[in-house]
Design a protein around this ligand. Structure first.
Ligand SMILES: C[S@@+](CC[C@H](N)C(=O)[O-])C[C@H]1O[C@@H](n2cnc3c(N)ncnc32)[C@H](O)[C@@H]1O
Length: 483
């Protein structure tokens, strides 16, 4: 997993030095063993260009020794600084001073490459300060005579509107108004022309969130709370609690990731919490995966998040997500199968032992539990144990779903993927691991997805769609309409 994802239990300030230290140690070890030092993308840290992958003969590649000017996307959710104000529980990790904001912004200026993006979730009160801080950052021009703005800051933030039926805590407002809006400040690192900036974003025709707005609008609606299988829980005071009450929905992060980065890019999350950005990068697979670096100053949350990411990685390896990436060898696939079998066995045993399958003799429940020093962390069990029913996410009744593909597109992909499946089966033994099912089955299954939001499609078909060319799909639709 280290080939696609690096996690650090450290503050954002320490990130660069922690990363450099780790890479240096790996490089020394490799030299002692007679290897050629750390292999990586970029490598020299001079930055500026697109991330290109240097692979060893086994397909291994590593994160860059220096991430200066090489990050395409900073996608982060820094503390909102409001929990303490309202005497909410778990406020210790929510403190963020204006000095922190200045230092974080300067870090972003250092690591983001020209034309790359910064997306910062923030409270309404932080909107102005974040925008002003980013606007105030300057680069010296090459001759050093005048300073230039380091970021182009969008005057309007991205707005994520939660699904109307999502339940919110009413305790957060004196008037019982519940908050349905997330603000996301967006800035583009200066240094390339506007045209090049446009070319580096990806306004797909299908979304991970079933929003009614198009991908180039600054509103994403129908955002739901995190699915219960995504939530990272811990035991405290005899009950399960979200380790981060503000945990973000993975689909929303995936949506932003797909819009503002390309396969192979480096993504950075400096306030990772439950590592939702890293989880989205791992999920964006089938040749689409991004390389991700995450850090959080809270070692406990990082421990829990690493377990989440391992689960995510194993799931993706098992659905064949990394097949075309060259990252995953047959050993990794075998290891993933072993881990899956062990966790299914453990989860089944726990379910059988607990009363009603929910709790053990001490009133604790769940599987994959890891015991920390002070608290017990609980990671949700694999989907094969939980069942996939609750993963279905349709827009509220009566609302159209932007991401449900039109009938002609569903038929087009049903035919195309059926032919691909048959082509892949030719000359291969029926029991070969990873062999697709017969084309006729694939065709029928895909045809049934008419009217279903892409976010609710089986993962395999979501991955297949992710690598399809949006342009081709547009032509198919246009031809159907006689345009
Ligand atoms: C709003 S939460 C992020 C939640 C995350 N988006 C999720 O979905 O789980 C902010 C995170 O920043 C972390 N944090 C606070 N100060 C930090 C610092 N100086 N450096 C790095 N992380 C910090 C906190 O521990 C917390 O996990």
């Amino acid at each position: 997993m280290g080939q696609v994802c690096a996690t650090y239990a450290c503050g954002f300030d320490d990130l660069l030095s922690a990363h450099a230290t780790k890479v240096a140690a790996r490089s020394n070890a490799s030299r002692r063993e007679g290897g050629g030092g750390a292999r990586g993308i970029h490598g020299d840290g001079s930055g500026g260009g697109r991330a290109t992958t240097t692979s060893t003969p086994t397909g291994e590649h590593t994160l860059p020794p220096f991430i200066s000017s090489s990050v395409q996307l900073v996608l982060c959710d820094p503390p909102y600084n409001i929990r303490a104000d309202r005497s909410l529980e778990q406020s210790a990790h929510d403190v963020f001073t204006s000095d922190d904001m200045q230092r974080a912004a300067r870090l972003f200026q250092t690591v983001v490459r020209p034309g790359g993006h910064v997306l910062i979730f923030c409270s309404a009160g932080q909107l102005g300060p974040w925008m002003d801080t980013l606007k105030a950052l300057k680069d010296m021009d090459p001759v050093g005579r005048k300073s230039l703005s380091a970021f182009r800051v969008d005057g309007h933030p991205l707005v994520a509107i939660k699904d109307a039926h999502a339940v919110n805590s009413l305790r957060q407002s004196t008037t019982n108004l519940s908050n349905k809006v997330e603000f996301i400040v967006h800035a583009t690192r200066a240094g390339v022309s506007r045209e090049e900036c446009y070319a580096m974003v990806n306004y797909r025709t299908w979304n991970a969130v079933p929003s009614r707005f198009l991908a180039h609008d600054n509103v994403i609606d129908n955002v739901r709370p995190p699915h219960f299988k995504e939530v990272v829980l811990r035991w405290r005071d005899g009950s399960r609690q979200w380790i981060r009450p503000e945990q973000k929905c993975l689909a929303l992060i995936l949506e932003l990731l797909l819009r503002f980065s390309q396969p192979g890019d480096i993504v950075l999350d400096t306030f990772a919490g439950t590592c939702v950005t890293a989880a989205a990068c791992i999920r964006a697979v089938l040749g689409q995966h991004r390389l991700v670096i995450s850090c959080d100053s809270d070692a406990v949350v990082m421990d829990a998040s690493r377990a989440r990411l391992r689960r995510e990685f194993v799931n993706q390896v098992l659905v064949g997500g990394y097949e075309s990436s060259g990252v995953v060898t047959s050993d990794v696939i075998a290891a993933a199968r072993t881990i899956e079998a062990a966790s299914v066995a453990a989860a089944t045993a726990t379910t059988a032992a607990g009363a009603g399958g929910e709790t053990d003799s001490e009133g604790r429940g769940g599987s994959g539990a890891a015991v920390g020093e002070e608290i017990e962390l609980m990671i949700n069990p694999p989907s094969s144990v939980m069942g996939d029913d609750a993963a279905v996410w349709e827009p509220p009744p009566g609302l159209s779903c932007h991401s449900a593909l039109s009938l002609e597109l569903v038929r087009y992909f049903a035919g195309r993927w059926a032919m691909q499946a048959d082509a892949e089966r030719v000359g291969r033994v029926a029991q070969t691991p990873g062999l697709p099912r017969p084309g006729a089955d694939v065709g029928v299954e895909v045809a049934r997805l008419e009217g279903v939001g892409v976010g609710s499609w089986p993962r395999l078909y979501q991955c297949a769609l992710a690598v399809e060319d949006a342009e081709v799909a547009l032509h198919v639709s246009a031809a159907h309409l006689g345009l």
